[in-house]
Design a protein around this ligand. Structure first.
Ligand code: NAP
Ligand code: G4F
Length: 321
């Protein structure tokens, strides 16, 4: 099958394109032109880059998407492109809305015009739950986003549902809880911690400053989560699914596990800095993926401790090479 991925240069784009190539598909990705001609997370794997087809485009530019849809004629579309950093969504709310809401609308319109028989995955987020009202969140839980990013993801998700219901399209939303890997962007808290712990171990850095260490997240492994995306597009019917581990840990837990793995006492290195605090915080997330388990047969494969160790070990190896 021909697969089109927006956001292919991100963490999930890396894991998804690798998995789809292994499944025997031909994988086509939308990339934004940049002055350095870098391929983001894909840069870790030159061999992978050589197996992919790239097209310059931007989800805020519908004419670029039209051309790509006409050229590729995909059987499956994974729409991952987003301004995905929650903190940045307060300093760049217009860009966040343009890329995440209008960008999704543009993708849906090109999809509907050129490949209405194909299947479309939209990357929604647990940030839509925001100020949670349940101890564990499922597809029915109240949604109360707490950032421009969360609001944009809620609007994009409902746009997808509306297109599915209005035009009888195969469009599914994955409401994915946080998922991480050694390919995670360095500004997100897990990778910021794993990289800092490795650098401190090697004497390349002597402190780590963080924001709210009491925030709790349901952290899973990105490789497992892209498998869930693929399963959603192989189902008989389009639908919306929570993908999560069902466990919640604090940022402090992550710090302790990462530094502990390297036999470092985190108290000597880690402190808080108000500049990393958010105007409104999502304090707690824990997802219930029962529907994905029952209907798709999906389950996670890596534990919290296993994930932390994988990230720290990989950063240490990369720095030692
Ligand atoms: P990521 O690493 O930040 O990747 C974002 C991707 O979007 C990059 O390839 C980026 O390209 C691309 N992009 C940004 N603006 C674009 C534009 N205007 N036109 C075209 N491409 C654009 O994010 P991720 O962690 O892989 O997440 C993938 C998707 O899942 C995102 O939609 C995110 O919001 C959502 N999500 C992620 C998580 C998570 O925990 N990772 C959880 C729930 C939902 P550049 O390389 O050019 O910047
Ligand atoms: O790693 P984070 O920046 O991820 P956040 O905000 O949960 O968003 C990620 O997961 C969402 C799914 O729920 C995705 F939709 C979204 O695209 C992204 O992938 O922050 C996690 C927590 C927050 O509570 C934050 O306040 O860690 C806290 N934190 C504490 N110190 C920090 C820091 N976050 C960052 N980035 N940097 C810090 O120094």
């Amino acid at each position: 099958m021909k697969i089109l991925i927006s956001g292919i240069t991100g963490q999930d784009g890396y894991h998804l394109s690798k998995m789809l190539l292994d499944e025997g598909h031909s994988v086509h990705g939308i990339v934004r032109r940049n002055s350095q001609k870098t391929y983001g997370a894909l840069e870790y794997d030159r061999e992978l880059i050589n197996k992919l087809e790239f097209y310059y485009g931007d989800v805020t530019d519908k004419s670029s998407l039209d051309l790509i849809f006409k050229t590729v004629k995909p059987d499956m579309v994974f729409h991952l492109a987003a301004q995905s950093f929650v903190q940045e969504s307060w300093s760049n709310p217009e860009v966040t809305y343009d890329v995440n809401i209008k960008g999704t609308l543009n993708m849906l319109n090109s999809f509907r015009e050129y490949t209405p028989e194909a299947r479309f995955y939209n990357a929604c987020s647990s940030e839509v739950y925001g100020k949670v009202s349940d101890d564990i969140q499922n597809e029915e839980s109240r949604m109360w986003p707490r950032s421009p990013y969360g609001i944009s993801k809620l609007a994009a998700m409902w746009t997808c549902i509306n297109y599915r219901e209005s035009y009888n399209l195969f469009v599914s939303n994955g409401i994915l809880f946080n998922h991480e890997s050694p390919f995670r962007g360095v500004e997100f808290v897990t990778r910021k911690i794993s990289l800092a712990a490795a650098r401190i171990k090697l004497g390349l850095q002597d402190e780590l400053k963080l924001g709210n260490m009491d925030a709790m997240r349901d952290w899973g492994y990105a490789g497992d989560y892209v498998r869930a995306m693929y399963m959603m597009l192989q189902a008989n019917e389009p639908d919306d699914f929570v993908v999560a581990t069902g466990e919640s840990h604090s940022v402090q837990d992550f710090v302790e596990a990462a530094f502990g793995y390297l036999d470092l006492d985190y108290k000597q290195y880690v402190s808080t800095d108000p500049k990393y605090l958010r105007p409104a915080e999502v304090q707690y997330l824990r997802g219930d993926a029962s529907k994905a388990k029952e209907k798709l047969g999906w389950k996670p494969s890596i534990t919290f401790k296993g994930l932390v160790e994988l990230m720290v070990k990989t950063d240490l190896e990369r720095l030692s090479d």
